[in-house]
Write a protein that binds this ligand. Structure first.
Ligand code: GDP
Length: 319
């Protein structure tokens, strides 16, 4: 991958996209195109095609499409599935038509079957039913991975799929109802501290386990995969910390300075019992995550304090 190459981060407004747009210039990639207001609406096939025709990206990180936590997956399953299908079909089609050199598509670990053996390996994809709370979104992500593979086989396109661990970080969705667990808990813990509450509500039983990855480390894994991986099989992008939700909530409460107790709300869904990735393929190529979980939570809380606290008293608002 040439540092002078024309690089398009499709989905620059997402968590992974924002982290890539920070990382790439720092790594010497100065020729970024389609940044900010210049990015086409990825759900609009004509706009995407015109953009690729005019700008001729050589390397594409396809990290776009809306996503959210278990709450958003339950309240807006159709919106999430439709937009993600549109984004991946539009961008892959345009990338093929306009001769993109290489493309990395970011899928999601929720596209693995709910009961697949852990840690999750690429061979398990498509072998069983999905976790019902996120199945529509996950089906769209799985379709994207299959479409990348189909383009590889039929046209020899260098399209690679990455399956990331649960990412979080600065610029995340801190909505108490829409965000993923870490940003949602950061907001709720902050509000509980400010209000002097005695308890921090944590959804579900606290028993499920997740593999968390700091968004800056995810961006670094994406860039590494773009440079060093060109296999047919999807590549898991993890190697971060596997924690129970209860343990993760305790770290969040500690970092935020909330001294009360955790109150588990079992009327809320647990989702998948465990999601941990087998990232041995990526690690064997020489990549490792750089940021310990606690440090990542500290940086994320720092960002929240400086950017997202307006209206923090209104639980459910998003940033
Ligand atoms: P998932 O990996 O798709 O299930 O992603 P989430 O980040 O939405 O949820 C992960 C786990 O955290 C689930 O077991 C949730 O029940 C639990 N959890 C605890 N509190 C919260 C919260 O405030 N928001 C979300 N989204 N999940 C929470």
């Amino acid at each position: 991958m040439q540092r002078t190459g024309r690089v398009f981060v499709a989905g620059g407004d997402t968590l992974a996209g924002a982290a890539l747009l920070d990382l790439l210039p720092a790594e010497g990639f100065a020729n970024l195109i389609g940044v900010g207001a210049d990015e086409p609406d990825l759900t609009d096939a004509l706009a995407v095609n015109s953009f690729f025709a005019a700008e001729r990206p050589e390397y594409v990180f396809l990290v776009g499409g809306p996503s959210g936590g278990i709450g958003l997956n339950r309240s807006r399953p159709a919106d999430l599935m439709l937009a993600n299908l549109q984004v991946v079909t539009n961008v892959l089609d345009a990338a093929h038509r306009h001769g993109v050199e290489k493309l990395l598509y970011l899928a999601s670990s929720c596209a693995y079957p709910r009961e697949a053996p852990q840690p999750l390996r690429a061979e398990s994809l498509g072998t069983g039913p999905l976790e019902p709370t996120s199945a529509p979104y996950a089906t769209a992500k799985l379709a994207g991975a299959v479409l990348c593979d189909a383009f590889r086989r039929q046209y020899g396109c260098r399209f690679v799929t990455g399956f990331p661990a649960n990412p979080f970080g600065p610029g995340d969705d801190f909505g108490a109802d829409s965000g993923h667990v870490i940003p949602a808990l950061i907001r709720r813990a902050h509000e509980a501290k400010e209000c002097g509450d005695s308890a921090l509500t944590v959804w579900g039983t606290g028993a499920p386990q997740r593999e968390f990855l700091f968004s800056r480390d995810l961006a670094s894994a994406c860039l590494f995969a773009m440079r060093h991986y060109d296999g047919d099989a999807p590549l898991n992008l993890g190697g971060g910390s596997v924690l129970s939700i209860a343990a993760a909530a305790r770290v969040v409460a500690d970092v935020v300075g909330f001294r009360g107790r955790l109150a588990f709300d079992s009327s809320k869904p647990d989702g998948a019992p465990l999601k941990a990735l087998d990232s041995s393929g990526l690690l064997a190529l020489g990549w490792t995550p750089a940021t310990p979980f606690r440090t990542a939570v500290e940086e994320t809380y720092h960002w929240f304090l400086h950017h997202a606290t307006e209206g923090a008293a209104h639980a459910g608002s998003t940033v």
